[in-house]
Ligand binder design. Structure first.
Ligand SMILES: [Mg+2]
Length: 139
């Protein structure tokens, strides 16, 4: 994989990130292998990466400090990605949110859209497509 500084491009947001500093991304999935894969891809792209294995942990991390990007799995124990994003949106209306699932039904996809998710990825997703989608949103 090619190393790039793409993770530092773009304008400053209210996340507190200053120009030239890396973007922050929170990866939320109950499947460790998916989190590890996404974490590696975004670390190589220059992002500051944190992980959460469920919605509660994601909300807890968000209440500590905002992120530029949040990636959410839909199906997780305790709380769905939709429910977690609803809580996150109370704290941050700007964060770029991307959702993915192996079982995305229309009602969930509509609700995700209502919560500001521009694109819903079906598992298994193309990791480069997902990464490029995030990079485009940050420009
Ligand atoms: Mg899951």
């Amino acid at each position: 994989m090619q190393k790039s500084n793409a993770g530092t491009l773009g304008a400053a947001r209210k996340s507190g990130r200053k120009a030239g500093e890396p973007f922050s991304i929170l990866i939320v999935d109950d499947q460790e292998s998916i989190r590890m894969l996404l974490a590696e891809v975004f670390q190589i792209a220059g992002f500051k990466v944190q992980e959460a294995q469920n919605g509660r942990m994601a909300i807890a991390k968000f209440s500590e400090h905002p992120f530029d990007v949040v990636l959410l799995d839909l199906r997780m124990p305790y709380m769905s990605g939709i429910e977690a994003l609803r809580e996150i949106r109370r704290m941050d209306q700007e964060v770029i949110a991307v959702m993915f699932s192996a079982y995305g039904d229309q009602a969930n996809m509509d609700e995700a859209k209502r919560l500001g998710v521009r694109r819903f990825f079906s598992k298994p997703f193309d990791i480069e497509l997902l990464k490029n989608h995030v990079l485009e949103q940050l420009q």
